[in-house]
Design a protein around this ligand. Structure first.
Ligand SMILES: [Fe+2]
Length: 276
């Protein structure tokens, strides 16, 4: 067996040479001339200059790479991370966690709850859940101006019985930034800029593989027409409106809220996939 460094170098060589061949064939097949070639390289340079390089590639290709990672995966399906993740979100206190938000945060209250399990069905305590999502205007803190730092971004850990409960607001569908190079390409393709409403999550536990996913809402707009093509079976959850005053009070609220539940299954770290 080669040592890991040799294996990595060999993998890189295989991928780059393969990619090179695919592009050679594409250039010949489509008779790409030099000015068309330069338009393509300028697009990549522009995406970097405008800070959109992640957005440009994520919108078109991230879901495909995530699907490859889901092949043969025993745990919950993973979904795209997207370009708006930030590490270091505030740690929240529980057991009922409340996402960082403005005093007058717009939007319907959302109680997101569930259990994190291992593939053996046993609940997992102490799993770090890192949750982030858009505000009621479809904007992300630390990305779009005029939102407080780490607004609607928070981390918390599962209880001894593997459960978690967090209060936030229901995010809406939103348009991805459309005034830069990514928007220019989508416009040229005649595509819209919307993503369906979703929650982003990352789950971490020392004995399990870290997972990244998204949860979408049944009946929501753009589920079948997501600009980032990120929606997958098993990631669309039902929403229920809760009007029972006792349950409203139990969750520290003063008005009806939306209840959303999802149980995650984590894969043991020993089962980590190796590239082939
Ligand atoms: Fe998002």
């Amino acid at each position: 067996m080669p040592d890991p460094d040799d294996a990595t170098a060999s993998r890189i060589r295989t991928l780059v040479e393969d990619f090179e061949q695919v592009l050679f064939e594409f250039i010949r097949k489509r008779q790409i001339n030099h000015s068309e070639y330069r338009v393509a390289t300028d697009l990549i340079v522009d995406s970097i200059k405008t800070g959109e390089e992640t957005l440009l590639f994520d919108v078109f290709f991230e879901a495909e790479a995530t699907d490859v990672g889901n092949i043969g995966r025993e745990g919950s399906p993973e979904a795209i991370e997207g370009p708006f993740y930030l590490p270091g979100a505030p740690m929240l206190t529980g057991p009922l966690h409340v996402m960082p938000q403005r005093e007058d945060e717009k939007g319907e209250p959302l109680l997101f709850h569930g259990t994190v399990l291992g593939v053996d069905g046993e609940p997992l305590a102490g799993v770090e859940v890192d949750l982030w999502h858009a505000d009621a205007d479809g904007l992300y803190s630390n990305i779009h101006p005029n939102t407080p730092d780490f607004n609607l971004r928070g981390r918390f850990t599962t209880e001894d019985d593997g459960t978690f409960r967090v209060l936030s607001i229901l995010p809406p569908p939103y348009e991805i930034p459309k005034d830069g190079p990514t928007g220019k390409v989508l416009r040229a393709l005649g595509r819209h800029f919307f993503r369906p409403a979703h929650l982003h999550v990352k789950l971490r536990h020392p004995d399990h593989e870290e997972m990244t996913s998204q949860l979408y809402f049944k009946g929501g707009e753009y589920l079948d027409d997501d600009v980032a093509k990120g929606v997958r079976d098993g990631l669309v959850i039902a929403l229920h409106t809760v009007e029972d005053p006792a349950r409203i009070a139990e969750n520290g609220l003063d008005r009806p809220y939306i209840d959303a539940r999802y149980d995650f299954v984590l894969v043991p770290a020993s089962a980590a996939r190796k590239p082939t």
